[in-house]
Design a protein around this ligand. Structure first.
Ligand SMILES: Nc1ncnc2c1ncn2[C@@H]1O[C@H](COP(=O)(O)OP(=O)(O)OP(=O)(O)O)[C@@H](O)[C@H]1O
Ligand SMILES: [Mg+2]
Length: 364
């Protein structure tokens, strides 16, 4: 298999649309790397540049030691699976899967062996004689993946391959693609705008926003140590809450104040303040780190805006005079709309961000 390296890769469309800015990262051999970010952040552009379907404006892409900028797509030994599957409607499943190998003039016996093997891996052997219009969405998806597998490529690229499927099938296909990765020991790069897909599938996740890489990390690090406010707000559902606060002196140690509330800072958070020059700092706290109840410390009096019961837990949308935030609760007796509710911030789990740049002060 293969490692893919991007060095200072930039893409400018039509002379003025900066789609990808100085992307630098490595896709390790046999890794499952996910590119995730909101619509328009440059995910597909990066994938298409790796595949050779889009010209690179600046920088270099390598597969292992080889610079591939000028190598035509067909010679890159990369297979791509698209969102719309791009199956040939007039060909059977077998022919769809065999087509690429036929073009490359593989012997018939070899083609047959590879198609049958891929069909078996994907549990579609019984569908080989059907045409795509007689398949369900999930089955079509499998054929599209099969077409990539038969090529035994060095690198698999997936561009939002599951977005046309319903929620349940998406979860199933997600597991199947992960299993496929384990089975083939292949290098896979997977694009999605769905952070749950990214977190569940990726061993390395590249978070993008507006053409720029925000953070590259494993799922646990992204969740627990987001490098900036964008990542904190993008990874996790519901997202991290952010509150603008002032640093105040609380009997010799710093604390944070917003409105009439004061929350304490433990040692780790106190030392994070050293890099700040002003008195303002953005507090980040996840919904599950806000507990209902009054323990006399780090308490905030709120009003309940909305309660969303989700079975094993509920989301409480709370508001104070100038802020609103979400708490996650496993209470059985849920509060009423508009009821007053005191909550406590678990400051051991809190994050601090620079009020202007949004960079994390606590991620290191
Ligand atoms: N062929 C093109 N010509 C001009 N601009 C383009 C072209 N393709 C993409 N762009 C622009 O480049 C930026 C990145 O597009 P890209 O398709 O890579 O985003 P994406 O992250 O894949 O988004 P989505 O999640 O919607 O698929 C966008 O601003 C888009 O409008
Ligand atoms: Mg895209």
């Amino acid at each position: 298999m293969a490692q893919v390296t991007l060095k200072d890769v930039t893409k400018i469309y039509d002379g003025d649309v900066l789609a990808v800015e100085q992307a630098n990262f490595e896709i390790p051999d046999e890794s499952f790397t996910v590119l995730v970010g909101p619509s328009g952040c440059g995910k597909s552009t990066i994938l298409r540049m790796i595949a050779g379907l889009e010209e690179i404006t600046g920088g270099d892409i390598y597969i292992d030691e080889e610079r591939i900028n000028d190598i035509p797509p067909k010679d890159r030994d990369i297979a791509m699976v698209f969102q719309n599957y791009a199956l040939y409607p007039h060909m059977t499943v077998y022919k769809n899967m065999a087509f690429g190998l036929k073009l490359r003039k593989y012997p018939k016996a070899e083609i047959e062996q590879r198609v049958n093997e891929a069909a078996e891996i994907l549990s579609i052997s019984h569908l080989l004689n059907r045409k795509p219009k007689h398949l369900s969405g999930g089955e079509r998806q499998r054929v599209a993946v099969g077409r990539a597998i038969v090529r035994h490529p060095k690198v698999f690229l997936f561009d939002e391959p599951l977005s046309n499927l319903d929620a349940k099938l998406r979860v199933q296909m997600r597991m199947e693609i992960s299993r496929l990765h384990d089975r083939l020991d292949a290098t896979m790069v997977y694009v999605t705008h769905d952070q749950v897909e990214a977190m569940t599938m990726g061993d390395q996740i590249v978070v993008l926003s507006e053409g720029k890489i925000q953070q590259i990390a494993d799922p646990g690090t992204l969740y627990h140590k987001p490098a900036n406010q964008f990542v904190g707000g993008f990874i996790g559902t519901p997202p991290m809450n952010f509150i603008e606060t002032q640093i105040v002196n609380n009997g010799g140690t710093p604390a944070l104040r917003f409105e009439n509330f004061k929350v304490e800072l433990n040692g780790h958070l106190q030392s994070a303040l050293n890099t700040l020059s002003g008195a303002a700092v953005t507090l980040g706290i996840r919904p599950e780190d806000i507990q209902v109840g009054e323990n006399g410390k780090n308490s905030v009096g709120t009003q309940v805006d909305l309660v969303e019961p989700l079975g094993n837990h509920a989301l409480l949308y709370l508001r104070t005079e100038n802020n609103s935030f979400v708490a996650q609760s496993d209470l059985i007796d849920l509060p009423q709309h508009n009821a007053p509710l005191t909550v406590n911030f678990n400051m051991d789990k809190a994050h601090l961000f620079h009020p202007e740049t949004g960079e994390s002060l606590t991620a290191t």
